[in-house]
Design a protein around this ligand. Sequence first.
Ligand SMILES: Nc1ncnc2c1ncn2[C@@H]1O[C@H](COP(=O)(O)OP(=O)(O)OP(=O)(O)O)[C@@H](O)[C@H]1O
Ligand SMILES: [Mg+2]
Length: 504
Amino acid sequence: MAELFLEVKNITKTFIGVKALDNVDLSIGKGEIHCLVGENGSGKSTLIKIIGGVYKPDSGTITLDGTEYKSINAIESIRAGVQIIYQDLSLFPNMTVAENIAMNQMLVSNNRVINWKHMHQDARKALEEIGEDIDLYEKVENLSIARRQIVAICRALTQNARLIIMDEATSAITKDEVEHLFEVIAKLQKKGIAILFVSHKLNEVFQIAERVTIIKDAKKVGVYPASELNNDKMVFLMTGQNFKAEPYRYNGTSEPVLSVHDLNKTGQFSGISFDLKKGEILGITGLLGSGRTEIALSLFGLNRLDSGEIRVNGKPLDIRSPRDAIAAGIAYLPEDRLTQGLFAAHTVGNNIIITVLNELLNRFKILVRSRQEDEKKSWIKKLNIKTPGHHSSASSLSGGNQQRVVIAKWLATKPAVFILDGPTIGIDIGSKHNIHEIIRDLARNGMSIIMISDEIPEILDNCNRVLVMAEGRIIKEIKDSTKVNEEELLDIVSSRNFVQGAAG
Ligand SMILES: Nc1ncnc2c1ncn2[C@@H]1O[C@H](COP(=O)(O)OP(=O)(O)OP(=O)(O)O)[C@@H](O)[C@H]1O
Ligand SMILES: [Mg+2]
């Protein structure tokens, strides 16, 4: 392998009550594409923050291009060429592309006066370096997430990045955009820039990694050339388990719990009709922008319909707000649950019971403390949420564990219909199986579930019936999901020259 750019040795980091990293090593060659994988809460983001000088390790050393640090601060790390792109990208939405790309550089260069001409030159140069063309005067808030990522990468380039770290960069972008990002990464590599890529999508890891470092429970399991790993082996190293999903068998015959007829919303979807029976897991898939999420929002009272009828247990309902939806027994796990679903500053426990507070009030309207505690504890146990206890703040949990808190919160409302939009985005493979099992179990016990996802295996493993959407319409209903395989479903989803209305 090429000469090392980064060498992290024996790093240990403890937060109050939690050992986040235990004697971990990581090395990355100059110009290497390296992936870091591990389950939720295994310590990936913590390790990255230590390299970036955000956290100080308890012990261990960090060597960057031959210079050893006992601990490094953020400025030293940037000067040495480390650039971290967090999932939120840390851009200023109301500033222009040029300002976002070049501002940091301007600030550290200590010029009292901002030189606008230079700023535009620098920004243009960074875009050209990776062959991208984005209007320098456009405000970042008007760009897609994928293009914002490009802006963040260019910002890293203006600061002479030699190692760019991307923490779950692909969880919010489409497949085509992921491909494009990988082309950009290949260009960066050609320039000798190393990449550390963190993702829960193992197929992506195989696609780009040269070497993979696996961590589990705060410890390094090992580092492997990607060519020596396959999916099952990697999953086993990450989790210590092998998984095999049993497709969900449904044999219900009852009346529909939810039934929608001819739902229309201009510019979003039209002619949407379907039934959902007790104990069914209905999959809705389709490309991003096909209208899937918009329908879910309408069912949850967050997107007013132009026309159409929604019935719950045969009764027509006018759902004008989430409150109406919850009262009708409908729960909704939003796609973007970390910003929409979680109160990060509150405790884990309070996040869970927030929607059921009324129920936990006894008839004298006194919040019974013991019942609250029981409820919180039981959900933490059921969903296997990794936390020291329900008093911990939600913000201290790892990404995947925060997601479980949001799932728990909705399950606590005991919904009849649970709509999950991208139920396992950003969730590690082990927890994913675990969450799928929970969902199937809920269905077996009579809950009706709509699962929206663009992950074909997730849809086929869990749903007994599937609707495929494109451009706001249902283009196909697959009545028995055991009758199609992954490739066939992928073909249906991605075929753009479908016959309109050819559902059947
Ligand atoms: N600031 C903090 N205070 C307390 N505990 C923390 C803090 N940051 C992380 N932890 C804990 O350290 C452990 C490792 O968390 P980390 O965020 O590094 O995991 P991760 O591998 O990035 O997980 P994910 O895949 O879910 O993003 C977790 O148990 C987490 O709860
Ligand atoms: Mg993380």
